[in-house]
Ligand binder design. Structure first.
Ligand SMILES: *Cc1c(COP(=O)(O)O)cnc(C)c1O
Length: 359
């Protein structure tokens, strides 16, 4: 096998040998008692990660499947799409492609979505759903989820759909307490698992709303997911390897302790920001809204990022990310989420310093 290149890009990220071994467990039938026992075994752990008593679903689609599914299950009037980067901007397009009435709440890339901006829109009474990306991975910007959740509490008929794909398990996101209606995450980001799987949970209010929507489809039908989960099953044949990987990963999270995991993500983020600022770069996100799972650096020194990455790859067998969407080239992104220790991140930053000397 050729030399493995370690990924410091914001997803997919590095997956441990232990997780990969679990993922490669031989197949069992998805309608077997063994599968039911496996799902039943991991379910309480999944609920602890989401801070919820609601059922947690495993959709072995990528995150976008559930992002589209949430719109199909819950929007009957009009959705407000909060937009501040590539992923959140695309969610608006997806809403229109699903034939939904949709309105953009667009702010500049790198700016957070603020609670008062949402409040002003919801006051009109035009909307029955809001989509929010908690951690906009393209710009490394985190919006103030708890403050936004407070605003949504004034509008109980508006479904609050939150993508925490790249912040899930990097910090606590308390589903029940925040009153979120759909919270979804992808496994290939901070969970440090293989790609192609999404986790999500749904409020009682959202199940009730979904039941009123006739054309919510089949593959992502929340009611189907719930009926099956009651028997520890999934609507269709899932990627069974992901269930074994989840079991292994939940063990790891509980061995480390979630609080320690959150603290480690914060320490990695602070170290990377300090490195960027100390080396004459600037941070792309607005001050105070920097992501805890990745750092998006404004390339004000105009370094040749493809050249840097080529050097990192050949000398240290790793890569960072050269920017995403319309800010590719003018930014670069360093992922410090997942299983990376602060020592690993310190070492990576040293490698970048070394390569910057020679390019
Ligand atoms: C990666 C990412 C997605 C897309 O995930 P897929 O697994 O490719 O569908 C969506 N939202 C955010 C915030 C992401 O970081």
């Amino acid at each position: 096998m050729s030399q493995h290149i370690k990924l410091f890009i914001p997803g997919p990220i590095e997956v441990s040998e232990k997780t990969l071994r679990a993922y490669a467990t031989p197949m069992i039938g998805h309608r077997s008692k063994d599968f039911q026992a496996l799902y039943a075994d991991i379910h309480p752990g999944l609920q602890r990660l989401f801070f919820t008593k609601q059922p947690v679903f495993v959709s072995t689609s990528s995150a976008w499947g559930v992002m589209e599914g949430a719109l199909r299950n819950l929007v009957s009037k009009k959705v407000l799409n909060c937009m501040n980067g590539a992923f959140s901007d695309k969610w608006f397009d997806v809403a229109k492609k699903c034939g939904k009435q949709a309105e953009a709440l667009q702010v500049e890339w790198g700016q957070p979505i603020l609670p008062e901006q949402i409040d002003a829109k919801l006051k009109t009474g035009e909307f029955d759903a809001v989509t929010l990306i908690h951690n906009e991975t393209s710009t490394g910007t985190m919006s103030p989820l708890a403050d936004i959740a407070e605003v949504l509490k004034k509008y109980p008929d508006v479904m609050f759909i939150v993508d925490c794909v790249s912040s899930f398990t990097a910090m606590p996101i308390e589903f029940d307490k925040l009153g979120i209606d759909v919270l979804l995450a992808g496994t290939q980001k901070a969970m440090a698992m293989p790609s192609g799987c999404a986790l999500f949970t749904v409020s009682e209010k959202a199940f009730a709303k979904a039941a009123t929507i006739k054309d919510r489809g089949y593959y992502f039908d929340f009611i189907e997911f719930r009926k099956n989960q009651e028997n520890n099953m999934t609507p269709t044949t899932p990627s069974i390897g992901h269930f074994y990987a989840l079991k292994s990963k939940i063990e790891d999270f509980e061995t480390e302790g979630l609080e320690n995991r959150y603290a480690r993500h914060k320490a990695n983020a602070l170290l990377t920001r300090e490195w960027a600022l100390g080396n004459g770069f600037e941070l792309f996100p607005a001050k105070g809204y920097e992501s805890l799972s990745l750092t998006c650096v404004k390339n004000v020194k105009n370094i040749d990022v493809p050249k840097l990455n080529a050097a990192l790859k050949s000398k240290y067998y790793c890569v960072i990310d050269g920017g995403y969407g319309k800010i590719k080239g003018t930014t670069f992104r360093i992922s410090h989420m997942g299983d990376e220790s602060t020592e690993n991140i310190r070492q990576l930053l040293g490698w970048i310093d070394d390569c910057l000397k020679s390019i």
